[in-house]
Design a binder for this molecule. Structure first.
Ligand code: APR
Ligand code: PHB
Length: 391
């Protein structure tokens, strides 16, 4: 099998890249290890920056998002039993975000690709990426019980944090910047209308909590839990009780309960691999970098990377110049590090580290007070949350 761009992974990065390349008249093949049902059911984040919304629309993948997505003009910060709303458009000159689940974005992109794009093979696991430092790289993969080879001009490693592309880089070509956190998020989906019409980020002595949503009838809620916690360790009753404690306000706000339909734990990590390119292999999305979910940046970073990559490949096709491809890693990393910084700031602002001192507690409260009392500090948060320029 032969194509121009061999794409490993059908998460948002791989699927959107295939779509953008198709529109630029560049052939690609997407190899996805899992089956379609698995990819379409995987629960992930759900906040799209304005720039991401614009890209999806321009790629022809915005119709259902525009019908079913929920435009959000702010978030609430909650601490000390008090509530403070951050007004995005008012602070940023009109920017907002869209709440539309990543799984739904993937479903829309898969449907488009299968209807009129290049090949998208499910159950096709890449096992090796070879010769990326030559003009003719190859991806070895297993599909329907057979070993096969995809020959291409470029390889896009869109295979997430646990994929095969990053580990194939020779030792010593890159550098890793990493930080792990001694806690994770226990997330639930519940069949109950969200108790607030915007996301609520709560800082509490017992730990962080987040109220989010999937639809007007489905709530998504998270609790900070110690690292290594298993979802089964928490009964539904214990989860609701703990959420109530952490969201409690002085003005008598109440949390609506409903049947829990899914429960899982997400670990937290900050990670960047530099550079994001080696020879003809380009890493994009979680394959190159991870952010803790507190800033809602993971999906938006993946989108930014593939926009830059698709543009660079189109430029090379039109002009023969590799200038933009050569700049790929540096261009993406500027935005990646801003998102790393913001996600780290939001995480340390709102979570309680197991070894936190009374001094650090007070500093957290002082940082929150600063955000709610200074328009400059609040604007800084609103600008970062609604998104940095794509490139
Ligand atoms: N061969 C083929 N496919 C693979 C392989 C492999 N060896 N290894 C992994 N994959 C697939 C995974 O099954 C997955 O579908 O690559 C895909 C990677 O998708 P994501 O993990 O969703 O990563 P990405 O597209 O970069 O999207 C980043 O996902 O984890 C969230 O918060 C993160 O929102 C962010 C987004
Ligand atoms: C989610 O809805 O899953 C979600 C929202 C905001 C975040 C993280 C996750 O910061």
């Amino acid at each position: 099998m032969r194509t121009t761009v061999g794409i490993i992974g059908a998460g948002p990065a791989g699927l959107l890249l295939a779509r953008l390349l198709h529109r630029a008249g560049i052939e690609s093949v997407v190899l996805e290890a899992r089956d379609r049902a698995y990819v379409e059911q995987r629960q992930r984040a759900g906040v799209l920056e304005q720039g991401t919304v614009d890209v999806l629309r321009a790629a022809g993948a915005g119709a259902r998002m525009d019908r079913e997505g929920l435009r959000h003009d702010g978030i609430e910060l909650r601490f000390d039993r008090r509530r403070h709303r951050v007004d995005f458009p008012g602070l940023t000159g009109g920017r907002s975000v869209m709440v539309y689940a990543q799984t739904e974005v993937c479903k829309d992109l898969i449907a488009l690709q299968l209807a009129g794009g290049g090949p998208l093979l499910f159950g096709a696991e890449a096992v090796a990426v070879e010769d990326v430092d030559t003009p003719s790289p190859r991806i070895r993969f297993r599909h329907q019980g057979r070993e096969d080879v995809l020959e291409c001009d470029y390889v896009a490693g869109c295979d997430g944090f646990w994929g095969v592309s990053r580990p194939t880089l020779p030792a010593g070509v890159g550098q890793v910047f990493e930080r792990t956190y001694p806690f994770g998020w226990l997330g639930i989906l519940a069949d109950v209308p969200p108790s607030h019409d915007e996301l609520v980020y709560a800082r509490h002595e017992r730990g962080f909590a987040l109220l989010s949503m999937r639809t007007p009838a489905v709530s998504r809620l998270y609790l900070q839990v110690p690292e290594g916690t298993k979802a089964e360790e928490w009964s539904d009753e214990e989860i609701w009780r703990e959420l109530e404690l952490r969201f409690e306000t002085a003005d008598g706000w109440t949390l609506r309960r409903g049947p829990v339909t899914q429960k899982s734990v997400t670990p937290m990590r900050s990670y960047v691999h530099e550079p994001m390119r080696y020879g003809r292999l380009f890493l994009a999305g979680d394959a190159a970098h991870i952010v803790p979910p507190t800033g809602a940046k993971g999906l938006n970073l993946a989108v930014g990377d593939v926009v830059v990559l698709a543009r660079a490949l189109a430029h090379e096709k039109e002009t023969g110049s590799a200038e933009l491809l050569d700049a790929y890693s540096a261009t993406c990393l500027r935005r990646v590090w801003q998102a790393e910084r913001f996600s780290y700031d939001m995480t340390t602002l709102l979570h309680r580290a197991p070894d936190a001192t009374a001094f650090e507690d007070r500093l957290q409260l002082a940082r929150l007070e600063r955000i709610i009392s200074s328009r400059a500090a609040e604007t800084d948060l609103a600008e970062a949350y609604t998104g940095f320029p794509l490139a």
